[in-house]
Design a protein around this ligand. Structure first.
Ligand SMILES: C[S@@+](CC[C@H](N)C(=O)[O-])C[C@H]1O[C@@H](n2cnc3c(N)ncnc32)[C@H](O)[C@@H]1O
Length: 302
C-alpha cells in the first residue's frame, strides 16, 4: 500500500526522519520507543535515567488513556493517529484498556516494526488520517505528537485552520456518540513563529515539512465538533524528556556513529539540545488536551 499525505508533512519527509532506522532510535528512546514528551510528575530528578524515562513515558501513555476514558479492563476500540512504533497501542492492549487498538502512521519503518510485533488486538496501518475510512465507530481516539505534521510550513493561518478543522471533522466521524479524544502537541507560545536559526535548522535538517500550531488555532478548529474538557500545558515535560534523550544519545555515541555516521550523530545532538532550549525559553510549549464529541456539529465558521 502507498501512503499519500496530500496536506501536511509528506511521506517522503516523514521517511527522511523516521526511516533512519529503528536501531538508531532504540539507542536513546526508552524501551516503548515513545518519541514524544513523557510525563514527569512525581519522578524525582535523582532517579536513574533509564528507569525514570521509562516510568515517565508509561505515565504519559496512561494519562492519555485516562483522558479518553479507556479504563483498565474496559476493552475499548481505540484509534491512535500517528502511532509511531506503537507505544500507546501496545500499552492500551496490554493493560486491557483497549480490546482493539488501531494505529495510523505514514512511516514504513514504523509500520513494519509494528507488524513484526504481531500482537493480537493491535493493528498498524500505513495510512494518512486523510485517507483513512472505517465503518466501525471508535470509543476513543488519541493522537500524540502527530498534529505537528498535519499542516506544513508556508501555509497561511486560514489554510492551517482548514486542515485542522478537517482533521477534527474526521475524528468526529470516526467516534461513537459520547466518544472521547485526546491530543498532545507541541505549539508555539509567545511571539515565536519558527523563524530564526533554531527553527530553520529543525525545519530543514530534522523535521522538513512540519508546522507547529498555536492554541487558538486548535481551539477554533475543534469547536464545531468537540467540546474541550481538559487543557494542560507543560514545557518542562518536553525539556526534561529532551535532556534525557540527549544524555542517552551521548552515552551511545559510538554505536550511533556506526549506525548513522558522525554528521548524523552531531545533527541529532544539536537538534535535541536546541529543542530543549526552545522549551526552556518559552518559545514552544506542550499541550495535552481532552475533548468530548458533540452529538451534532455546530454551524460555526472556523
Ligand atoms: C513524533 S511521532 C509520534 C509517534 C507516537 N505517537 C509517539 O508518541 O511516540 C509522529 C507520528 O505521526 C505520524 N504522522 C505524521 N503525519 C501523519 C499523517 N498525515 N497521518 C498519519 N500519521 C501521521 C508519523 O508517521 C509518526 O508516526
Amino acid at each position: 500500500m502507498t501512503t499519500v499525505a496530500t496536506v501536511g508533512t509528506s511521506a517522503t519527509d516523514i521517511e527522511f526522519h523516521y526511516d533512519l532506522g529503528n536501531d538508531f532510535y532504540a539507542l536513546w528512546l526508552d524501551q516503548t520507543l515513545a518519541y514524544t514528551a513523557a510525563r514527569w510528575d512525581g519522578i524525582a530528578p535523582g532517579e536513574p535515567d533509564a528507569t525514570a524515562l521509562h516510568r515517565a513515558q508509561l505515565a504519559k501513555l496512561d494519562h492519555h488513556l485516562d483522558l479518553v476514558g479507556a479504563e483498565p479492563g474496559g476493552g475499548a476500540r481505540l484509534l491512535d493517529v500517528g502511532c509511531g512504533w506503537g507505544s500507546l497501542l501496545v500499552r492500551a492492549v496490554a493493560t486491557g484498556r483497549a480490546a482493539e487498538a488501531v494505529g495510523l502512521t505514514i512511516s514504513r519503518a514504523q509500520h513494519d516494526y509494528l507488524g513484526r510485533l504481531g500482537l493480537p488486538g493491535v493493528e498498524g496501518r500505513l495510512e494518512s488520517w486523510e485517507e483513512y475510512r472505517t465503518e466501525r465507530p471508535y470509543d476513543a481516539i488519541v493522537s500524540v505528537g502527530a498534529f505537528e505534521h498535519f499542516a506544513t510550513a508556508g501555509m497561511s493561518r486560514a489554510e492551517r485552520l482548514a486542515v485542522y478543522a478537517h482533521y477534527f471533522e474526521r475524528c468526529h466521524g470516526w467516534l461513537r456518540p459520547g466518544g472521547r479524544m485526546s491530543l498532545q502537541t507541541i505549539a508555539y507560545d509567545g511571539v515565536a513563529d519558527g523563524s530564526g536559526p533554531v527553527g530553520e535548522f529543525v525545519g530543514t535538517d530534522i523535521f522538513p515539512g512540519a508546522q507547529l500550531p498555536r492554541l487558538a488555532e486548535i481551539a477554533a478548529a475543534c469547536d464545531p465538533y468537540f467540546s474541550l474538557t481538559v487543557l494542560s500545558a507543560s514545557a518542562e515535560d518536553y525539556a526534561r524528556t529532551l535532556a534525557s534523550w540527549s544524555g542517552r544519545l551521548l552515552r551511545a555515541r559510538e554505536e550511533a556513529v556506526r549506525l548513522i555516521g558522525e554528521d548524523g550523530y552531531r545533527r541529532y545532538r544539536r537538534y535535541l539540545r536546541a529543542s530543549e532550549v526552545t522549551f526552556l525559553r518559552g518559545a514552544t510549549t506542550l499541550y495535552r488536551i481532552g475533548f468530548e464529541r458533540r452529538d451534532q456539529p455546530l454551524k460555526l465558521s472556523v
